[in-house]
Design a protein around this ligand. Structure first.
Ligand SMILES: Cc1ncc(COP(=O)(O)O)c(C=O)c1O
Length: 275
């Protein structure tokens, strides 16, 4: 009891400084990491910062693409609330296998390709769980670098700006392909098809499966068929990103179709390789 009160009174006299070990780390950090420049600000998140700093009462944030109600508050879809309710208290809190939750992967594939997809039934799709869309891209870029070090990635012009950073940091050579046509504010379809035709063997193409960021311009169903057909004639590999399926669920049927078409391309390529 006496010891406790001595400790308590000395703590009360102690000046409000961080513990010495922390100070040592800070001192070291300033010399070790002194040359590290802060990363440049993300242009879209920068709009949010400008929005928050703006004192106007009539302001609207058109930076980040997220639903807001009439009071500018986030809209949480009722299906999200329902999903929260169903999983609350039922989650597996153990470590997952390296590839992620098998059940979640199975259900995600069904969502993307359809319950009755032959690709799933015939086990012609390999999938792993990744941390978010950014994490999935990075995982794929690292995979590409490790196992196909001579390949390159074709990224649409324009695209979500992080695509460039992700493949740059994974040290995969990048090319861009024509996508948006500013005059028509639509797809530069012939430009896109030409670039696919002229891509070197073994290239990867990054396609947004729906709600292309930042233009919102997607190929029509017929155009997807032609794109898919064009890929079939070439040993190029497609990567598809579909980060917006919840926001653009009305487009789900088209998107499923897109995935099936491009999956057929993969399928075709596998058969070619087996032959
Ligand atoms: C095309 C695209 N991919 C990936 C992401 C990021 O996804 P996540 O927030 O799940 O990392 C975005 C976010 O805007 C995006 O537009």
């Amino acid at each position: 009891m006496a010891m406790l009160s001595r400790a308590a009174s000395s703590a009360a006299r102690r000046p409000l400084l961080p513990p010495p070990r922390l100070l040592a780390v800070r001192a070291m950090a300033s010399s070790l990491f002194g040359h590290v420049e802060p990363a440049p600000k993300d242009p879209i998140l920068g709009v949010t910062e400008a929005f928050l700093a703006d004192p106007s009462s009539d302001k609207v944030n058109v930076g980040v693409g997220a639903y807001r109600d009439d009071n500018g508050q986030p809209v949480v879809l009722s299906c999200v609330r329902e999903a929260e309710r169903r999983i609350a208290g039922n989650l597996n809190m153990e470590y997952l296998p390296m590839g992620g939750s098998v059940k979640m992967i199975e259900e995600s594939l069904k969502l993307a390709y359809g319950e009755d997809s032959d690709f799933i039934k015939d086990k012609r799709i390999a999938a792993v769980q990744a941390l978010s869309g950014t994490g999935a891209c990075r995982l794929f870029a690292d995979f590409q670098k490790r196992f196909l070090p001579d390949s390159q990635i074709y990224i649409p012009t324009p695209t979500w700006s992080n695509h460039h950073n992700i493949w740059r940091d994974a040290q995969v050579p990048q090319k861009t392909f024509t996508y948006y046509h500013p005059e028509s504010r639509g797809l530069d379809f012939s430009g896109l098809m030409n670039e696919i035709k002229n891509a070197p063997d073994g290239s990867f193409f990054l396609l947004h499966a729906c709600a292309h960021n930042p233009t919102g311009v997607d190929p029509t169903e017929e155009q997807w068929r032609e794109i898919s057909h064009q890929f079939k004639g070439l040993p190029v590999v497609i990567q598809r990103e579909m980060p917006r399926q919840s926001e653009f669920s009305l487009k789900m049927d088209t998107k499923l179709d897109v995935l099936s078409h491009t999956q057929r391309t993969w399928d075709f390529m596998d058969k070619e390789q087996d032959a």
